[in-house]
Design a binder for this molecule. Structure first.
Ligand code: FNR
Length: 194
């Protein structure tokens, strides 16, 4: 079947700038690359703070299992994450910690593209460098190129494109080159398994 990409907005906020960036990426994945998109929002995966006692007593919470299912059903993952205090939000790290407890561990060998949006001038890029650490530890192939949208509160047109056409083209290029790599790798894995 066609390639399937999970696009996850990692903020719980209703008017999240990262949710807006995730929507744009989802559209680019669908229109420019013709892949199937599973567009997810962190709010769909409510879960308590990780607690080893709770895990021993009850296993994984439903929110973590739901995220595991959505990940397992996808060839690739795009995360649009806010930067909190020069790192990733606790909500996202907590979700990664819970999901990492499942076997088979669903982050392994998954391709990921990391993007961020922030009203600041850094655009959330330091948060993405922090996010690489747990993902790469779990065996995710994090795409070398990342995209961070600075001054994101004034960065979108009414149609949800980026106001700066040069930046818009750069984002589209990052998405398509990422998906080209995922597609080539997926085909290679299929050949090897024959
Ligand atoms: C922030 N914000 C922020 N922004 C940034 O560029 N660098 C940072 O280190 C931080 N730190 C930070 C810490 C905390 C606790 C909060 C609540 C916020 C601002 C942040 O980028 C802004 O709130 C974004 O709008 C959050 O993303 P969403 O929710 O719009 O997707």
């Amino acid at each position: 079947g066609p390639m399937r990409v999970l696009v996850l907005g990692a903020s719980l906020r209703t008017d999240s700038l990262n949710a807006r960036l995730a929507s744009l990426v989802a559209r680019l994945v669908r229109d420019e690359a013709g892949a199937d998109v599973d567009h997810a929002h962190m709010g769909e995966f409510a879960m308590p703070l990780y607690d080893g006692d709770a895990e021993a007593a009850e296993g994984l919470p439903p929110g973590a299992l739901a995220l595991r299912d959505r990940l397992s059903a996808s060839h690739a993952l795009v995360i649009s994450s806010p930067e909190y205090n020069a790192s990733m939000p606790g909500v996202l790290k907590n979700a990664i910690d819970w999901v990492s407890r499942v076997r088979p561990q669903p982050f392994k060998d998954k391709h990921a593209l990391l993007v961020s949006a922030s009203p600041s001038m850094v655009g959330g890029n330091r948060g993405l460098w922090a996010l690489r650490v747990p993902l790469e530890h779990l065996g995710t192939r994090v795409y070398p190129d990342m995209f961070s949208l600075a001054k994101a509160h004034e960065g979108f047109t009414g149609d949800g494109d980026l106001s700066d056409s040069g930046l818009h083209a750069r984002l589209a290029e990052a998405v398509t080159s990422f998906l080209r790599l995922v597609e080539a790798d997926t085909r290679y894995v299929c050949l090897r398994r024959r």
